[in-house]
Design a protein around this ligand. Structure first.
Ligand SMILES: Cc1cc2nc3c(=O)[nH]c(=O)nc-3n(C[C@H](O)[C@H](O)[C@H](O)COP(=O)(O)OP(=O)(O)OC[C@H]3O[C@@H](n4cnc5c(N)ncnc54)[C@H](O)[C@@H]3O)c2cc1C
Length: 331
C-alpha cells in the first residue's frame, strides 16, 4: 500500500473498523486473494490503544502494548496493499443492502464516498466510558497509561492478586466487577460510587441480590464524589474526595461500562442484539436477523461489537471465521 488508496468500483469485502478484528479480516481476505476496503477512524480509537501491556497475545511472552500490536497489524495490512485499500482516518457513516451486496458510506479526506462490497464486516468495536472528574475525562489518563488503573477484568484481573483495589462505578455492572475482582484474591476492594446512587438502574431483584453479595463480602462503599487523583510518582492510585478525604490503593479499576456500542449500523441492517447489547452472530460470525433469527446473507460482525468476550485473540478468530465463511460460501 503506497500513497493514498483509490476507491475501487467494488470490493469483495468492505470492513467497517480497522482495529484488531477489522485488520485481521482484511489480511485474511488478501491472503485468500480477495479485495478489501477498510474504513477506520484511526488506531487511537481502538480499545487496545491504551492497553500498556497485554499478557495473552500469543508470540509475546513478555507482553506487548495494544499500540505496538496495532502497528504490527497495520504493517501486515500495508504489506498486502495490492488487495487492501485502507481509508484512514475515515469515518463510516452508514451501510445499506444493495442488489450485489452492500454499500457503505464514509467520510475520508473531506470527501463523502461509498464503498461497495459483496460482503460487509462490521468491526467497529465498543468504547469504554471514562470516569468524569470535574466534567473532564482526562484526569485518569496518566494512571491508565501506566497500568495503575485498569478497565478490563478479563485482561488485567490476574494483576490484582494481593493488591488493594479501588473500583470506580455505581451500577450493577460495577457491583459485578467488584465481585469479579474478588475472585482474583486482592488484599482488599472498595467501591467508589463517585457521588452516584449505588446500584442505580438495577431492577428490584438484581439490586437485592447484588447488595446482598456486596454486604456478605464486606465490600466498603465510598460514596463521596471524586475530585482528583494523585500518587502517580509512587505508582499508586491516590483518590481525593469532595469531602476532603483521601484514599490510596495499589490499583484502580474503572467499571463504568460502555460509552458507545456502535449499534446504529448493525441496527439499520436488521441485526439482532443480545440482552447485553452485543450484536448476535452464529459460529461463522454471520450477523443474525432481528426479524427471523437467521443469518443475514453477506453480513458479518467480529470483535468487541459482536459479543462479550472482548479479547483480541477472540476478535482475530471471529474475523478469520467471517472471511473464510464468505470466501467458501459465495466468493
Ligand atoms: C485498557 C484495556 C486493556 C486491554 N487489554 C487487553 C489484553 O490484555 N488482552 C486482550 O486480548 N484484550 C485486551 N483489551 C481488549 C481489546 O482491546 C479489545 O478486545 C480489542 O481492541 C477488540 O478489537 P476490535 O477490533 O473489536 O475493536 P477495536 O480494536 O476497538 O477497533 C475498533 C476500530 O473501529 C474504528 N471505528 C470506530 N467507529 C468507527 C467509525 N464510525 N468509522 C470508522 N472506524 C470506526 C476505530 O477507529 C477502531 O480502530 C483491552 C482493552 C482495554 C480498554
Amino acid at each position: 500500500m503506497t500513497g493514498l488508496p483509490r476507491l475501487k468500483d467494488s470490493y469483495d469485502f468492505v470492513i467497517l473498523g480497522g482495529g484488531h478484528a477489522g485488520l485481521q479480516a482484511a489480511v485474511k481476505a488478501a491472503l485468500l486473494r480477495r479485495t478489501a476496503a477498510v474504513i477506520d477512524r484511526g488506531p487511537k480509537y481502538s480499545r487496545s490503544y491504551y492497553a500498556p501491556k497485554m499478557a495473552n497475545i500469543p508470540g509475546f511472552p513478555e507482553g506487548i502494548s495494544g499500540h505496538e500490536l496495532l502497528d504490527r497489524q497495520l504493517a501486515a495490512a500495508r504489506g498486502l496493499g495490492d488487495w487492501i485499500d485502507l481509508f484512514s482516518p475515515g469515518v463510516a457513516l452508514g451501510a445499506e443492502r444493495a442488489d450485489d451486496g452492500f454499500r457503505a458510506s464514509f467520510d475520508w479526506l473531506r470527501q463523502r464516498l461509498v464503498a461497495r462490497g459483496r460482503a460487509l464486516v462490521l468491526a467497529l468495536g465498543v468504547v469504554d466510558r471514562i470516569p468524569e472528574v470535574g466534567g473532564k475525562i482526562d484526569p485518569i489518563f496518566p494512571w491508565a497509561n501506566q497500568a495503575i488503573v485498569d478497565f478490563c477484568i478479563l485482561c488485567d484481573g490476574h494483576d490484582l492478586a494481593g493488591r488493594s483495589v479501588g473500583v470506580i462505578g455505581h451500577d450493577a455492572f460495577a457491583a459485578r466487577t467488584v465481585l469479579d475482582v474478588l475472585a482474583f484474591a486482592p488484599s482488599s476492594v472498595e467501591l467508589l460510587t463517585h457521588g452516584r446512587p449505588l446500584l442505580d438502574g438495577a431492577d428490584e431483584t438484581e439490586r437485592g441480590q447484588l447488595a446482598g453479595e456486596l454486604a456478605q463480602r464486606r465490600v466498603p462503599i465510598v460514596p463521596a464524589e471524586i475530585v482528583g487523583f494523585d500518587e502517580i510518582r509512587e505508582h499508586r492510585f491516590g483518590v481525593r474526595f469532595a469531602d476532603g478525604s483521601h484514599r490510596s490503593y495499589d490499583r484502580g479499576f474503572s467499571a463504568l461500562g460502555w460509552y458507545e456500542r456502535h449499534a446504529a449500523v448493525p441496527r439499520s441492517l436488521g441485526a439482532a442484539f443480545d440482552a447485553d447489547g452485543y450484536v448476535l452472530t452464529d459460529d461463522d460470525s454471520r450477523v443474525l436477523s432481528a426479524g427471523d433469527g437467521r443469518p443475514i446473507p453477506g453480513l458479518y460482525c467480529a470483535g468487541d461489537l459482536a459479543h462479550g468476550w472482548n479479547q483480541i485473540p477472540e476478535a482475530w478468530a471471529a474475523a478469520e471465521r467471517a472471511v473464510i465463511h464468505a470466501w467458501a460460501d459465495f466468493l
